[in-house]
Design a binder for this molecule. Structure first.
Ligand code: SAM
Length: 383
C-alpha cells in the first residue's frame, strides 16, 4: 500500500533532541502506519493510517519531554497539517489516508460535477443577497397568531434558520385548529406560510421541515413539500431520516394479508427535508460553532435514531418533537447567535432548545394555550 507524503519546513537543522524525539516517536507508532523522518531541513511523514487523537497526545508529551518550544516546533506543525487533511476513510478510531476510496465507482467525480452542474433547478433564482436584522420586537419572542399573518410583518432576509414541523393533517386534536382539512386546502395554507418563510430567510439561510407523510392515505407530503421548495428555487441540501424505532404499533394493518394484491407497509420513521436559500455555504464566526467532532462525525450520517418525545401528556400537546432532534439540527446547520424561527412552535420545543444553545428565536403558534405553555417552558427553564 502506498503512503501519503506530508512535509513541514523545519526552518533549521535538527539537533540531538529532535533526533531523540524521532527515535521515540518510532517506538510509539508502527512504521507501516506512520513513519517520520528528517531530510534537508524538512520534517517528512509517510502516512497510511493513524489515530489522530493519539498522535496529538504523543506529539504534545514528547515535545514537553524534549523541551521543544511551542512556537517553532515542526512536530506541532506536522500534527496540525495532518489534523487539517479533509479526506480520509475511517477504520475504528483511526483515519485511513490511503486506499480508502479505491472502491469508488465514479472516477473524476469533480470534473463530471462541473460538466453537469449542480442544483440546476435553483440556478436562476432571484433572491436578494442583502440580509436584514430581525426587528427587536420579534427577537426572542413567542407570538400567538396565524403564522402567515405574523410573518408578513417581518422584513425580507432576517432569519438564519427555520426549523419546524407543520401540522400533518392526520386528524390530531389541536386546541385551535382542525387537523383534517381537504388536502388541497391544507397544502394551500401550508404553502402560503412556507412562502413567507422563504421570504424572511436570509440569503444562505436554511429551512428544515420535519414531516411525516400520511402513508395510509397515499399522500406523499414530504415529496409535495420538497417539490414546492424546488419550484421556489430553494436548493435541496439534505434529507434526514429520523428513525423513531416505534415498532410496537398499537394497531395491526396488513392490507391484503399474505397476498401481493394490496399489502400495507409500516413505517417507523419521519423525514427532515433541508433547504437552503441561494448558496450552500453559510458564513459564520468560528467562535460561534458549538458542534464537537464526535457529534459532527455521528450526525453527518443522515439517519438519526432518536426516541419520540415522551412528555406530550405533561405539556398537553399531541405532536411534539423531542429536544434532541432540534439540538442536532441547530448545531449542525446554524451558528450560536443565529436567529431561529419556528412558525408552528407548538409548546416551544424549538424555542426552548434555541435559547439553551445560545441562538435567538421567534416562535409562532395559532393556539393561545400552546403559546402560553411555550412561553413558560422557553423562558423559565434554567440552563
Ligand atoms: C406538529 S405541531 C408542532 C409541535 C412542536 N414542534 C412542539 O414540539 O411543540 C404543529 C403546530 O402548528 C400549529 N398551527 C396550526 N396552524 C397554524 C397556523 N396557521 N399558524 C401558526 N400555527 C399553526 C398548531 O397549533 C400546532 O401546535
Amino acid at each position: 500500500m502506498q503512503s501519503k507524503l506530508i512535509e513541514v519546513d523545519a526552518k533549521k537543522d535538527f539537533g540531538d533532541k529532535e533526533f531523540r524525539f524521532i527515535t521515540e516517536f518510532r517506538h510509539k507508532f508502527p512504521a507501516d502506519e506512520i513513519n517520520i523522518d528528517y531530510r534537508s531541513k524538512k520534517l517528512i511523514a509517510h502516512l497510511k493510517v493513524v489515530d489522530v487523537t493519539e498522535l496529538r497526545k504523543a506529539i504534545t508529551s514528547l515535545s514537553q519531554k524534549h523541551h521543544l518550544d511551542k512556537q517553532n516546533n515542526p512536530f506541532e506543525g506536522l500534527v496540525h497539517k495532518i489534523e487539517g487533511i479533509k479526506s480520509y476513510g475511517l477504520k475504528g478510531q483511526k483515519r485511513l489516508f490511503v486506499g480508502y476510496n479505491k472502491e469508488r465507482k465514479v472516477k473524476n467525480r469533480k470534473k463530471k460535477e462541473q460538466k453537469r452542474g449542480i442544483h440546476f433547478y435553483a440556478a436562476d433564482n432571484n433572491f436578494k443577497k442583502e440580509n436584514n436584522s430581525l426587528p427587536e420586537c420579534f427577537s426572542d419572542k413567542i407570538i400567538c397568531g396565524d403564522s402567515e399573518e405574523v410573518l408578513r410583518k417581518l422584513p425580507d432576509n432576517c432569519i438564519d434558520m427555520v426549523f419546524t414541523s407543520p401540522p400533518y393533517n392526520f386528524g390530531l386534536d389541536y386546541t385551535s385548529t382542525d387537523d383534517d382539512h381537504i388536502w388541497e386546502n391544507y397544502f394551500n395554507k401550508l404553502f402560503a406560510i412556507l412562502e413567507q418563510c422563504i421570504r424572511v430567510t436570509k440569503f444562505s439561510g436554511r429551512i428544515i421541515i420535519n414531516i411525516q407523510p400520511l402513508f395510509s392515505d397515499y399522500i406523499p407530503s414530504h415529496h409535495l413539500i420538497s417539490n414546492f421548495f424546488i419550484k421556489k428555487k430553494m436548493i435541496w441540501k439534505a434529507e434526514i431520516l429520523w428513525e423513531k424505532n416505534n415498532y410496537n404499533c398499537k394497531y395491526t394493518a396488513w392490507g391484503s394479508w399474505k397476498s401481493p394484491s394490496n399489502p400495507y407497509l409500516k413505517y417507523t420513521w419521519e423525514f427532515l427535508e433541508v433547504f437552503v436559500k441561494g448558496t450552500l455555504k453559510k458564513c459564520g464566526r468560528k467562535d460561534d460553532i458549538d458542534i464537537n467532532s464526535d457529534e459532527f462525525k455521528k450526525w453527518v450520517t443522515a439517519k438519526w435514531s432518536i426516541a419520540p418525545e415522551r412528555n406530550m401528556k405533561e405539556y398537553d400537546h399531541p405532536a411534539m418533537f423531542p429536544e434532541e432532534l432540534v439540538e442536532r439540527a441547530l448545531k449542525l446547520f446554524s451558528f450560536q447567535n443565529d436567529v431561529i424561527l419556528d412558525p408552528f412552535n407548538g409548546v416551544g420545543t424549538t424555542t426552548l432548545v434555541a435559547r439553551k444553545f445560545g441562538r435567538h428565536f421567534l416562535g409562532i403558534d395559532i393556539s393561545e394555550k400552546y403559546s402560553h405553555i411555550a412561553e413558560q417552558r422557553t423562558f423559565s427553564t434554567l440552563f
